[in-house]
Design a binder for this molecule. Sequence first.
Ligand code: SAM
Length: 365
Amino acid sequence: MRLLLTTSQGIEDIAGREVASLMERLGVPFRVEEKPLGVEGRLLLEVGEAYYIDKKGRKRELSIATYLNENSRLLHRVILEIASERFEGIGEDKPETALKRIKEFVSSLPVERFVKVSESFAVRPFRKGEHKITSVDIARTVGEAIFERLSRFGSPKVNLDHPAVIFRAELIGEVFFLGIDTTGDSSLHKRPWRVYDHPAHLKASIANALIELAEPDGGLFVDPFCGSGTILIELALRGYNGKIIGVEKYRKHLRGAKMNALSAGVLDKIEFIHGDATKLSQYIESVDFAVSNLPYGLKIGRKSMIPGLYMDFFSELSKVLEKRGVFITTEKKAIEKAITENGFKIKHHRLIGHGGLMVHTYVIE
Ligand code: SAM
């Protein structure tokens, strides 16, 4: 079986390691490829069959897709791959030509092996890059091709609002993917625990990538700009056995973070402090790991305040940080100046796609 997995751009390697460790736990033969056909934010998992023994002692097949949907913290979607194809030059094609190529290709695929004709279906599209066609064009064309193909075997039913089966058709640059979306309409990064929606909240998948980069070992872990608590809640849900603290300046967000933690069932695992990160040493004498999504000044506050805020915060952090810090921001110049002028070393840097931007991520010691 081949599963196309989606995640944020820039964390494919971390998601790949998570998938590998989940497959090792199942003991199935597998191969994970990052960025199949060069597409960022995608992984391809080739995996053998897995079984479990049910209560009556019968051997049953275990759905790897369901297992990943239930256990992954870094993936967004788990898609059963029907086909992956490169369409050379599709970006320059006239709309009729591009759609004809897609339709002919989809018509040739044995989609009937993946769905029962009696099940209602819908096509959900995704398009990225320069094309003369829209995602709506792709959904309509792929939908027609699937409908015509399934009509050979019975009377297919389309249900755009509540389909039993979701086909996902993606055109990313020149690469076209078609598969069955086993995740459903809501991406896995939208966590069910989120009852308070912070205007600049971090995707839960990226929060987990930052936690992986910090390599916390049970020592005191703090998010000094914790907002709605995403990083801390995800850490607590992983069963972290060290102390977890969040600091947030605005009462409204702090209340929201507590509501989220309560909804996630981890309120008793996190200490929330109403305070100012630039006065961190007033609340915490020493901390092993500091991980945060810093204010960018785009959605929150005035942008001109950012360099001063970062300088004051990293100066304060230098008094208390024992092991490692991981920070994500769009403000490259301001953070690099604040990190280096306060005696920290940048151990790792990478760009991560978040909210349509490529955001700078630093591991410092
Ligand atoms: N990661 C968070 C989440 O997922 O909800 C979002 C963090 S948001 C980018 C930055 C947060 O820092 C905002 O909630 C903002 O109110 C807070 N903040 C700004 N200045 C602060 C300061 N001096 N001390 C503590 N928190 C501050």
